[in-house]
Design a protein around this ligand. Sequence first.
Ligand code: TXA
Ligand code: MG
Length: 325
Amino acid sequence: MATILDGSDPHVIAVAATALRAGELVAFPTETVYGLGADALNEQAVAQVFAVKNRPFFDPLIVHVPDAATAALYAVAIPPRAAALMEHFWPGPLTVVLPKHPRIPDIVTAGLDSVALRVPSHPVALALLQAVARPIAAPSANPFGYISPTTAAHVQDLLGEAIPLIVDGGPCAVGVESTVCAFLDDDAVILRPGGVTSEAIEAVIGPVQFSASDRADLRSPGTLPRHYSPHVNLQLTALGDPLPLPLSGERVGVLLFTEQRLTQGYVEVVMLSRDGNLTEAAPRLFAALRWLDCLGLDRVLVESVPEHGLGRAIMDRLRRAAARD
Ligand code: TXA
Ligand code: MG
């Protein structure tokens, strides 16, 4: 079992920073999901992150830093549109992919010439990044392919046997991972929809592209079709369609984003919002999937949401969660 310590205690931040500098792994809160941190400049520590998560080495990690000035140390160029987003959305749930500085070891970026950089807004994450004074490579603190953790207890369940320390910062307020936006040629390309909406990004820098599954060059190595997956069979209903009824004897759960009248006959009904408020729903989404996954259900029916605003990130995670091998 990992030790869980309260990240609002400055002494805990000091202990965690010392552990990271010594090459140990520390799970810590961000506003999106909990991360599994390692000193990005320590190749052995980073290798441990891949080992503990059972993550393939071709899937690069995000490097977390306390501010944009520190981020600039690890990129060889920052195009003006990237700088504008960093200025506008940092600290916050935005990751920018930029040409990589050789200071960042290749293991962090899976050998790519680019590096993903992010300044999280969670006060505990920022305090830790300032105290450790090293860039911190941190994927979500879950085994590869499973649902990301949004509480310290989730991390304990998922990785507690494999890591020494979890810093607790309460439940994550955003609840879906950061938006990953690449600036590798003249275009801005959203590789992963996330906590900052594409509408908000376009309001700052104008039109962006979206990664397409048929363009390997525009795809994030980590965006495999099957990801964020619970074990139970998830079925996404078409937008606006009524929920299918359970077959007799079938144990069916339902995950809703709006209030629905006809929910008799289901074993469990989780309503993330009454009125489709996605800012309210997103922080509860992964915890709800975990809960529905542990009930031994035959299947879970999931209401679709419109694909704008946070709905893009939510539908992206739900489609991957529903994909079968
Ligand atoms: O909200 C978040 O981003 C969380 C918290 C902990 O910061 N982190 C997170 O990390 O979601 P992870 O490893 O689960 O997802 C990182 C994503 C993957 O899809 C990965 O392929 C992509 O970022 N990525 C990282 N470096 C990249 C690069 N150089 N080029 C393209 N994609 C990259
Ligand atoms: Mg992840």
